[in-house]
Design a protein around this ligand. Structure first.
Ligand SMILES: *Cc1c(COP(=O)(O)O)cnc(C)c1O
Length: 461
């Protein structure tokens, strides 16, 4: 057997996973014919409102930019546009989608690591905030703005001192050079930005304070410098503390396919997550300072920007696949190998991913066999590759699944849904459906091309 690692869910998610809601899931599985994703746009609104509330209760002038790269669906960008959130785009394709969904150019921040001239030109024309990553990129922005007779809105992205080998951002010497070059009529130097990998709050507070001090320095050079973007990286709490502890205590090599364990795990449990992580960041005291980050930002007259992707998508989506067959994992094994109508591109994990247990959604009319108890199950995908396992970890199910049941992977909207989607072997690409609950029923719509907003929605406050 293996240790249970159930995902947190919301009331809305549970209502859909259990009868009578689950009949819609089977209907969609039948109608769409392959793996599919379900999105919960109202949860996105609530997450965004919580981030804004964290700024408001700390008395900080802040702006939330949804990091679009975390999910390809249009519905979240539409919700961002309606709510008046900004959007962080990483490519020309994402910029195009954001504009089409109604996000204004001045509400965009452009953060991609490889910005071509086309992306930069459109960004300058729209007055979007460009997070400049390297000196030669700044030179291209300047040249384009001059050519267009415009002023480019620029943030200088800093190389994190604690992550000196990051490929992204300017070191101290480059920053000094960049500040000199920003003293041009074609650049409006709005401030500084950074994005840290990992979820450490203190490290973010330290670099935010450093950015605030740099703003003061930049102002002595006559630059505007009144904005600091602390990027994304607000944690998501996927599983409960006790389950996570038990998982660490009891996990053994036999719980992994061919005993291939991991040297470390993605932090599926985070005691401080989402908007609470922003509140904690604002309340923390940065190194070399005596007041909280909130106080520092307020005193400096700086607007703080955040670019959450994963955290805004917390509990905003499920991924479903049908059980195609069930067999023994080996001649002398009590474990099962379950083949799913999906592959690891449809529900992708971190490199060191473990994957929480999916939820079994029995086919309609199925009767559970009373003497069938919990099982450990390996999940295999639909590709002719030994490596096409949905996860190397043996997952825990309350009873053996049957052909035609659905397995639902909870909380996949942030990165796990379509970041690595592909069409290898011409297997069907997972379709995407946005759902909203109306009293006793659910409304759904495909989210594939640009679809207009059909549900009247007001700004989240
Ligand atoms: C990916 C990315 C984000 C979003 O990060 P999350 O961990 O999803 O919050 C924000 N800003 C930049 C620059 C990024 O590259």
């Amino acid at each position: 057997m293996t240790t249970a690692l159930p995902s947190h869910t919301t009331e809305e998610v549970r209502a859909l996973l259990e009868p009578p809601g689950s009949s819609l899931l089977h209907e969609l599985g039948h109608g769409l014919g392959g793996p599919y994703h379900v999105l919960f746009p109202r949860r996105f609104d609530a997450n965004a409102a919580a981030f804004r509330a964290a700024f408001a209760s700390a008395g900080v002038d802040g702006r939330v930019y949804y990091a679009k790269k975390a999910n390809k669906a249009s519905v979240f960008v539409e919700r961002a546009a309606v709510a008046g959130l900004g959007v962080d785009v990483a490519s020309h394709g994402e910029l195009r989608e954001a504009l089409a969904a109604g996000v204004r150019g001045t509400d965009l921040v452009i953060t991609g690591p490889a910005k071509d001239d086309h992306l930069l030109r459109v960004s300058v024309l729209h007055g979007a905030l460009i997070a400049v990553d390297a000196l030669d990129e700044l030179d291209r922005v300047l040249a384009l703005a001059r050519e267009l007779g415009r002023t480019a809105q620029v943030l200088l992205r800093l190389l994190p001192p604690g992550q000196p080998h990051s490929r992204f951002g300017l070191d101290d010497t480059e920053t000094a050079t960049a500040l000199g070059r920003c003293r041009s009529e074609h650049v409006d130097m709005a401030g500084f930005s950074f994005h840290l990998s990992g979820y450490d709050i203190q490290e973010r507070a330290d670099l935010a304070a450093r950015s605030v001090r740099l703003c003061a320095h930049a102002r002595t050079l006559g630059l505007r410098a009144d904005r600091v973007s602390v990027g994304g990286g607000f944690a998501v709490d996927y599983v409960g503390a006790d389950d996570w502890r038990r998982f660490h205590e009891s996990t053994r090599p036999e719980h992994f396919h061919r005993h291939k364990t991991f040297s470390g795990y993605y932090p599926y449990h985070s005691p401080v997550a989402g908007a609470d992580a922003l509140a904690a960041l604002l309340a923390s005291t940065p190194a070399d300072e005596t007041s909280s980050l909130a106080d520092l930002v307020r005193q400096a007259g700086v607007t703080l920007l955040v670019e959450p992707g994963r955290a805004l998508l917390d509990q905003c989506g499920l991924t479903l696949a049908r059980v195609l067959d069930v067999r023994r994992a080996g001649a002398d094994s009590g474990d099962l190998l379950v083949r799913l109508g999906m592959n690891a591109g449809d529900v992708s994990l971190e490199e060191h991913g473990v994957l929480v247990d999916p939820v079994l959604v029995p086919r309609p009319g199925a009767h559970a066999d009373a003497d069938e108890g919990p099982v450990g199950v390996y999940l295999a995908g639909n590709l002719c590759l030994e490596a096409d396992l949905i996860t190397r970890r043996k997952v825990h199910l309350p009873r053996p699944p049957s052909v035609g049941d659905l397995l639902a992977f909870a909380n996949t909207a942030g990165y796990a849904m379509d970041f690595h989607a592909h069409r290898a072997q011409r297997q069907p690409l997972a379709r995407t459906v946005a759902v909203t609950r109306e009293r006793d029923s659910w409304r759904w719509r495909l989210d594939e091309e640009y679809w207009p907003i059909t549900e009247a929605g007001g700004p989240v406050s």
